[in-house]
Design a protein around this ligand. Structure first.
Ligand code: UT7
Length: 338
């Protein structure tokens, strides 16, 4: 049940519950077969090594990450039956902001007409959504705000090197959004969030930041794309997600048996299955849609919530987990509110 009382009287009394979910992927689809015309690869390699069959690509040059966020949020508001002016805060998790500055959240707020909202972006790569969700939840739990939107959105096609077969086959474009509101019973229960900046050497965009500003040379050297040492990231991702799930279970005196659904970041089906098997999560509890979208970075977890929300029942215990560039990683435990 949602609280209706005055927020100040209940300061610190609330849980932050997800009360609506929506998602958006662009129309255009790039299949593995299409990829065979772009780089030296094949459907069998991509499916067996990653689980990916296709990805959606935003091709309209007048549109960007904020527009995918807007499409997801417009659906979110419709699902919840509320207007944009009721939103107080918007957080966008992304590594592909429309501009280096200003932030994408303000663009989204303006485009949807959320004139009473402020916002900001969080850059935690593939862990961005769980970092942003945890951050947004704090404003609800303290009674500060009653309607916070958290978006995970990335136009990965804008930073992919379509001459590098080790990365370009992995990623796609998409956005997911959730509304967080106060609830007296259900919502975020705990979060284990971690980071290790030494991981920068294995996964980053080499140029375009203050260390190596954009020059004709950085462009010629193809340094404005995703760079990844896949095998190292693969191993770190399994360890990071496994340990953060173990931590959050232990802190809450729970085991995998107590969890109804595990929603992992969708980077590689072998990573997802590896983590699930090590922790004895049966496959039917592990939600996977990587075959449709590939890795949409901050978009994967909210897109999964959106695709599978009809399965969830009030009170279901769900763990979200992610690992990404930074390195960043973690796990969030929540109870479903509707
Ligand atoms: O979301 C952010 C976090 N990112 C991740 O979690 C991604 C983590 N890494 C991975 O998912 C995997 O490491 C990859 C999918 C990127 C690569 O899979 P892998 O099993 O680690 O392959 P590998 O890098 O060890 O490469 C195996 C072989 C190599 O050939 P040789 O050296 O054995 O002859 C590669 O050149 O596969 C080759 N290869 C390809 N072959 C066909 C690499 N990419 C491709 C490709 N098509 N697209």
């Amino acid at each position: 049940m949602l609280f209706k009382e005055n927020q100040d009287e209940n300061m610190g009394q609330f849980k932050a519950a997800i009360t609506a979910v929506a998602g958006y992927v662009p129309e255009d689809i790039l299949t593995n077969k299409d990829m065979e015309d772009i780089v030296e690869t094949n459907d069998e390699w991509i499916v067996s090594r990653t689980g990916i069959k296709q990805r959606h690509i935003l091709k309209d040059p007048t549109k960007a990450t904020s527009d995918m966020g807007v499409a997801a949020v417009n659906q979110l508001l419709k699902n919840r039956g509320i207007g944009a002016e009721e939103i107080e805060m918007i957080i966008v998790a992304t590594v592909t902001a429309d501009y280096p500055f200003p932030d994408t959240a303000n663009l989204v707020a303006s485009k949807i007409g959320a004139k009473n909202a402020f916002g900001f972006d969080i850059n935690a790569a593939c862990s961005g959504f769980i970092f942003a969700l945890t951050t947004g939840a704090k404003f609800v739990e303290t009674g500060t705000y009653k309607k916070v939107i958290v978006i995970g959105a990335d136009q990965m096609s804008s930073i992919l090197d379509y001459e590098d077969r080790t990365t370009c086959i992995l990623f796609g474009d998409g956005a997911g959004a959730v509304l967080i509101e106060p609830d007296d019973t259900y919502g975020l229960q705990d979060a284990v969030l971690r980071g290790d900046g030494s991981g920068v050497q294995y996964l980053r965009m080499k140029a375009g930041g203050s260390l190596h500003p954009s020059t004709a040379e950085t462009v010629a050297n193809r340094e404005h794309f995703v760079y990844q040492e896949g095998r190292t990231v693969f191993k770190a991702a399994i360890t990071g997600m496994k340990e953060s799930i173990q931590d959050v279970l232990k802190r809450n005196n729970m085991t995998a048996d107590d969890i109804d659904y595990l929603i992992p970041h969708q980077a590689n089906l072998r990573i997802i299955n590896g983590v699930a098997d090590m922790l004895d999560f049966p496959r039917e509890k592990v939600l996977v849609n990587i075959e449709k979208y590939g890795n949409t970075t901050a978009g994967t977890i909210p897109l999964c919530l959106n695709d599978f929300q009809s399965k969830f029942k009030k009170g279901d215990k769900i763990i979200l987990t992610a690992f990404g560039g930074g390195f960043t990683w973690g796990a969030v435990l929540l109870t479903w509110a509707y």
